[in-house]
Write a protein that binds this ligand. Structure first.
Ligand code: SF4
Length: 342
């Protein structure tokens, strides 16, 4: 871990990276890619030591409230956060100054900050996004060795829902010949249904590989899945977008299960929801007569309800198109998407 001083903390889209680098060791991590020009080892966490002072100054100056976000280039709940507590301090500021917040993590440690998440959500909106890639706990330990297991993450999602915090899941990346199975997609979505997540973001079944993360990924394939690297090289060469041969079938299944269970699965609508600041007049997080929490209901209402079957079909079509047409591929690239988002 090392400390740096920075000149500003909020991006144009009000996102912030409180840390750079991550010690969670996910084998497919895109944040390792050389294009991000990290001038230190990825595991050597860069801590922006003046981030909180800058954030407070920037929030004070803002003319209007907005959603703030964090979670790219690192997981906010890396072990260093236990000691540094920048994420908690940023949440405290959001709460004090009346800003909304969303963060993306793979750690159940987010529950440490449940009091603040709840407090923000009572006044404005606070959304926790969590990535799920495999429902198989053993496989999870191989491909995401440092994060909470999928079961632990699903349990955290359930607890967040019970506390009235809306949740969104990123279903990615899906690694060809490793977790691109019907059983896996059903298993993950079962967790989502159980935890009553509001929406699931999925750009397609696959991952992306480029300089920096490709080499690390291949090394980990050699370690955990002997022979798999050669299969990838033979099948995909040096492609950036690595699509699962099962993509079409699994995407159909994904949309179908989400639709049947009232989970929003239109990526654009979910992003719109995540970006939109709202002020709450009513502060109750109590469920309605059908057991629906207000935030989940709000997202579902503003996305699916009132839209015709053809509109929904169009959304599904554009989702599918985006996989191959817009360079927004599922890949392990939560971070990429998060950068796009913020
Ligand atoms: S994918 Fe996220 S949690 Fe995993 S190593 Fe990369 S930044 Fe960390």
């Amino acid at each position: 871990m090392h400390f740096v001083r920075v000149k500003s903390i909020l991006s144009a889209g009000n996102g912030m990276n409180l840390y750079r680098g991550c010690s969670h060791g996910c084998i497919y991590c895109d944040s390792r890619s050389s294009c991000y020009r990290m001038d230190h080892d990825f595991e050597d966490i860069e801590v922006k030591e003046n981030a909180i002072v800058l954030l407070e100054n920037e929030l004070r100056k803002k003319r209007s409230k907005c959603m703030l976000g964090t979670g790219s280039m690192t997981d906010p709940y890396i072990p260093a956060e236990e000691e540094i507590r920048s994420v908690r301090k940023a949440l405290e500021l959001a709460d004090r100054y009346g800003f909304g917040f969303t963060l993306i993590t793979k750690s159940a440690s987010v529950l440490r900050d449940l009091d603040l998440l709840r407090s923000i959500n009572e006044k404005t909106k606070c959304v926790v996004q969590m990535t799920l890639t495999t429902y198989d706990e053993d496989l999870c330990r191989k491909i995401e060795p440092g994060v909470s297991t999928t079961k632990e993450r699903a349990d955290a999602l359930r607890q967040l829902h019970e506390a009235g915090i809306p949740t969104v899941v990123w279903l990615c990346p899906i690694l060809p010949f490793i977790n691109d199975t019907e059983e896996n997609i059903r298993g993950i979505l079962d967790y989502c249904i159980e935890a009553k997540v509001c929406g699931v973001i999925c750009f397609g079944m696959g991952l992306t590989l480029r300089g920096g993360n490709r080499e690390y990924f291949y090394r980990q394939l050699d370690r955990h899945f002997p022979g798999m690297k050669e299969k990838y090289i033979q099948r995909f060469g040096s492609r950036y977008q690595i699509a699962s041969p099962e993509n079409e079938k699994l995407m159909k299944l994904f949309h179908q299960i989400c639709e049947e269970n009232g989970i929003v699965h239109d990526n654009d609508r979910i992003f719109e929801y995540l970006r939109t600041f709202e002020r709450k007049t009513q502060t109750t997080g109590n469920p309605d007569e059908n057991g629906e929490k207000p935030d989940r209901k709000r997202l579902i209402q503003t996305t699916l309800s009132g839209r015709s079957a053809s509109e929904r079909a169009w959304c599904r079509y554009t989702d599918k198109k985006s996989v191959f047409g817009k360079n927004k591929f599922t890949g392990g690239l939560v971070d990429i998407f998060f950068l796009d988002l913020w």
